[in-house]
Write a protein that binds this ligand. Structure first.
Ligand code: HEC
Ligand code: HEC
Length: 350
């Protein structure tokens, strides 16, 4: 009997608690600021969070927009269609991305992580600022193939969006600025800094295996001149001697600057989460890390503007590696995987 009453008492407390919680949420019209994670070992933030501080409501709106096909002309291609969470927000099963009506692009979708720390965006740096980037996928024919004006009209026709824009922004306007600010608020929260590598090197709570440790030493001596620092990129545009793909003849950075000295250079990609972001390179030509290392070992070509860093001690382009060395480097690269990011419900569609 006593048991029974204490059960009822607990139940009553639970009901009243959840009642209270509900009331608070209902009354709450303040919009809490969210903190962008800033690991001590990361470089300075590049995104100006004072200009556009992420808030709970802005983040929720950004997430809804990210997963909404309304941003495309066909109504079905959302940002999340090409940037899938389980692959660290890259596209999968396609070398190059594939947008409205199945139209094929020319480039492999990049991962979305640590964007608040990036200096420029896209393989060629076509966007110097994150907010300025979004116009590209929305209006590119082979991506979302839509006009911003149409996107705004579609959002205005949906009462749930008016409510969310009101909650997220003081002026509540459904306009380009607020659309891009909300997307940015969602994206800058995707910080990936909790991997085995970080636990070993920065937190001292894990240890590398002998193979990983040997891989790190090889990586430090052969790869880190370009894939440097805690983001594993120097954020420069470089040419790693990848043979030119005649199908696209993609000139990379040169396409943006018009300077022939920049032709065939691409932004050095971060190697965090590299295990999940296959296929590899700007055109997705390699399916595995083994293929990538085979390329560095024996596939490097002296293409125009190849980086000086690609020449080995014999002044020949390439980074000679034994099979064993390749395996060690790959073991090390896999310590950069952040499974939590791929499962984090805050960023999930459902
Ligand atoms: C059709 C597939 C596709 C869609 C849809 C798409 N993207 Fe992308 N995204 C890509 C590709 C491909 C790249 C690389 C583009 C390049 O280098 O030219 C990219 C690059 C990016 C980058 C740059 C990342 C970096 O590290 O520089 C960001 C940010 C981004 N996309 C966000 C978005 C957002 C937000 C949306 C929705 C508004 C979106 N994308 C829709 C395929 C897509
Ligand atoms: C000269 C600078 C440089 C050096 C040295 C270098 N890389 Fe790269 N790496 C790049 C560039 C630039 C790209 C992108 C090339 C492209 O897509 O055209 C790249 C791409 C990659 C990719 C594919 C990333 C992705 O997201 O698709 C991997 C993996 C990689 N490098 C690993 C390594 C490893 C391992 C080493 C050492 C054995 C190394 N790199 C040495 C500049 C360099």
């Amino acid at each position: 009997m006593l048991r029974y009453w204490s059960y009822i008492a607990i139940l009553m407390t639970l009901i009243s608690c959840s009642g209270d919680e509900y009331a608070v949420v209902e009354d709450l019209d303040e919009n809490k600021e969210l903190e962008v994670p800033q690991p001590a070992y990361f470089p300075e933030l590049t995104y100006d969070i004072n200009e556009n501080p992420p808030t709970e409501k802005g983040f929720e709106l950004g997430k809804k927009l990210f997963y909404d096909g309304k941003l495309s002309s066909s109504g079905v291609i959302s940002c999340g269609f090409c940037h899938m969470q389980e692959f660290a927000f890259t596209h999968h099963t396609h070398r190059v991305s594939h947008g409205v009506g199945g139209a094929l692009g020319t480039r492999n979708a990049q991962p979305l992580h640590n964007l608040a720390y990036k200096k420029s965006f896209n393989w060629d740096g076509a966007a110097a600022h994150l907010d300025a980037h979004f116009i590209i996928p929305i209006t590119t024919e082979v991506e979302m193939n839509e006009e911003i004006g149409n996107v705004l009209e579609k959002l205005k026709d949906d009462p749930s969006y008016q409510e969310m824009f009101n909650a997220a922004f003081e002026d509540g306007q459904i306009d380009t600025k607020n659309l891009f600010d909300a997307l940015a608020q969602f994206l800058v929260m995707m910080v990936s800094a909790e991997t085995k590598y970080d636990r070993v090197v920065h937190q001292g709570t894990a240890e590398f295996t002998a193979e990983e440790q040997a891989g790190k030493a090889l990586f430090d001596s052969k790869c880190s001149s370009c894939h440097s620092g805690e983001l594993f990129t120097n954020q420069q545009y470089m040419n790693n001697g990848l043979p030119i793909n005649p199908q696209y003849d993609d000139k990379g950075r040169g396409r943006v600057t018009g300077n022939p000295d920049d032709d065939y250079t691409f932004q050095v990609p971060s190697l965090r989460n590299i295990e999940f972001t296959l296929p590899y390179m700007h055109d997705g030509r390699f399916d595995t890390l083994e293929e990538v290392l085979d390329f560095y070992d024996s596939g490097v070509e002296e293409t125009p503007n190849i980086s000086q860093e690609m020449y080995n001690e014999n002044n020949v382009p390439g980074i000679p590696l034994t099979e064993e060395e390749k395996e060690k480097i790959i073991a090390f690269l896999k310590t950069l995987s952040d499974v939590d990011l791929t499962l984090d419900e805050r960023f999930s569609e459902f």
